[in-house]
Design a protein around this ligand. Structure first.
Ligand SMILES: Cc1ncc(COP(=O)(O)O)c(C=O)c1O
Length: 437
């Protein structure tokens, strides 16, 4: 943690909205969209992956900036619709889609789906046929490659995502046009949070070559080619978005070499990003509740932990947190303020579990109860990837800013609501799909 005087606006926002509070700056979102667009081939559709942050004001800003929406659940569909996205601008992805979810998406006008398996494709088609429409499907491909180092690899290995490229090549009959469904292209998403620009370029060029090959043999209809993403962003530590200045040229050369019609939209090319687009817009503002020693270690107890930041931390996936400390201004409110530390400390949240750790061995300046702590670069996979229900604490406030001024402030509320029991099914198991490999 770095000690820092000033930043009075953070203190003011904490006084106004309380802590813990997420602060999202829309100017940062706009800058990230234009930065990524410059790094990508054009023309291309850029999907915003709503899973990174479904806050409706942010999602609307991404729509206004020209993005389309990549969604994976009925909740994300609702967020996209609330933000003004037309169903026609949504791509529905993800394994295990249920008939109900697909039907809801179709009713909202969604027509483009990523098919994660044969079963998924047949279920999408059957549901669309029942609704009297046709769904355009991109078959998600699990490529053979497993080279690139990344935060999270989602292909090139045995995985629940996509269809093994060998299955697609050897059994194209599983993906032929059927009532309610047709394959109009391919979807690749092999890495998330890639370690370098070279890894992304290499993955995308390999995907382009694979797609071109599959178009020739077995003759996949390639009107749309979604090359995914893997664009990285710093998480809970200081830093800037990566500079992808060589990416565009490399991917455009790959497209020109293998799919020369792409500039005229044959195929139409698409990319996806969550964390790059919204990661840098968000800061989490928390307050130090206590500072204590246990044996040879110092613990800084914050008023928020893995319930608001890093469900991923609970899974041991969080990178070291860096934070800025804003010393408390009113000593009177914190009679125990003399307990202060300087050196290394473990930053923990208030939950009753030893897993509630945000940072071990963080370097802290002088810190005492009542101080504010600002954790940067948590606009993506912050609140939405956290254990918000655990210990039944109120969910953190979310304040959206434009040019530093608040434009929206709200809080998610978890409420118990009664549910209707479903009518019992007759006739035992339902068989709505056929075919698997
Ligand atoms: C299919 C798909 N698209 C997009 C994303 C967004 O990834 P990121 O936020 O790293 O850009 C993910 C993340 O898991 C994904 O699975």
């Amino acid at each position: 943690m770095t000690g820092e005087r000033g930043l009075p606006e953070l203190r003011e926002l904490a006084d106004r909205y309380g802590t813990p509070a997420y602060l999202y700056e829309l100017d940062e979102v706009d800058a990230a969209v234009s930065g990524l667009r410059q790094a990508l081939p054009a023309p291309a559709v850029l999907y915003y992956s709503v899973k990174a942050n479904p806050h409706p004001v942010l999602v609307r800003a991404l729509r206004d900036a020209g993005c389309h929406a990549e969604i994976s659940s009925s909740g994300e569909l609702a967020a996209a619709r609330e933000a003004g996205f037309a169903g026609a601008h949504c791509l529905y992805t993800g394994p295990g889609k249920t008939t109900e979810e697909i039907a809801r998406a179709l009713a909202a006008g969604v027509r483009r789906f990523s098919a994660e398996s044969v079963v998924d494709y047949h279920r999408i088609a059957a549901t669309a046929a029942a609704a009297g429409v046709t769904a355009d499907c991109l078959v998600r491909v699990n490529t053979l490659r497993a080279k690139g180092a990344s935060g999270l690899r989602m292909s090139g290995t045995a995985t629940q995502f996509g269809v093994d490229v060998a299955v697609l090549a050897e059994h194209p009959e599983l993906f032929t046009t059927r009532p309610g469904g047709r394959v109009v292209g391919l979807h690749f998403f092999s890495v998330s949070n890639a370690s370098s620009e070279a890894v992304i370029a290499e993955e995308m060029c390999a995907s382009i070559a694979t797609a071109a090959q599959l178009r020739v043999d077995p003759g996949i209809d390639l009107r749309v080619l979604d090359l995914g993403g893997g664009f990285a962003a710093p998480y809970a530590r200081e830093g800037h978005l990566p500079d992808y200045r060589r990416l565009r040229r490399r991917v455009e050369s790959g497209l020109d070499a293998h799919l020369p019609g792409w500039r005229a939209g044959e195929p139409a090319v698409a990319f996806e990003s969550g964390r790059y687009l919204v990661g840098s817009c968000g800061r989490l503002l928390v307050q130090v509740a206590d500072v204590k020693r246990s044996q040879d270690r110092t613990f800084v107890v914050l008023d928020s932990g893995i319930n608001h930041l890093g469900g991923l931390s609970g899974l041991g996936r969080l990178m070291p947190v860096a934070a800025t400390v804003l010393p408390a201004t009113t000593r009177g409110a914190w009679p125990d303020r003399e307990v202060a530390v300087e050196g290394r400390a473990t930053m923990v949240g208030p939950l009753c579990t030893p897993a509630d750790v945000l940072a071990r061995d963080a370097v802290v300046g002088a810190v005492a109860s009542g101080d504010l702590v600002a954790i940067p670069n948590v606009g993506a996979y912050g609140l939405t990837a956290s254990l918000v229900g655990f210990l039944s604490r109120p969910v953190a406030a979310e304040v959206v800013l434009r040019g530093g001024s608040p434009v929206d402030a709200s809080r998610v509320e978890l409420r118990r609501v009664p549910i209707q029991s479903r009518a019992p099914r007759t006739g035992g198991r339902r068989h709505e799909i056929s075919g698997s490999v």
